[in-house]
Design a protein. Structure first.
Length: 55
């Protein structure tokens, strides 16, 4: 997998719904999305976009 981009956002309890929807909609285009708590600041989340084709 190739990391395409990541961005830090304010913590949002419903962010996982957006990530799930993006993953279901765009998996045929070799894209995968993720979200995790920021290790340095628990009030922030890191949203990531990956190319699963890995090119």
């Amino acid at each position: 997998m190739k990391l395409l981009n990541s961005v830090t956002i304010n913590k949002c309890p419903d962010a996982y719904k957006m990530v799930d929807s993006l993953n279901r909609t765009l998996k045929e285009r070799d894209l995968m999305f993720g979200i995790a708590l920021d290790e340095k600041d628990s009030s922030q989340m890191v949203f990531t976009i990956y190319d699963t084709a890995g090119e």
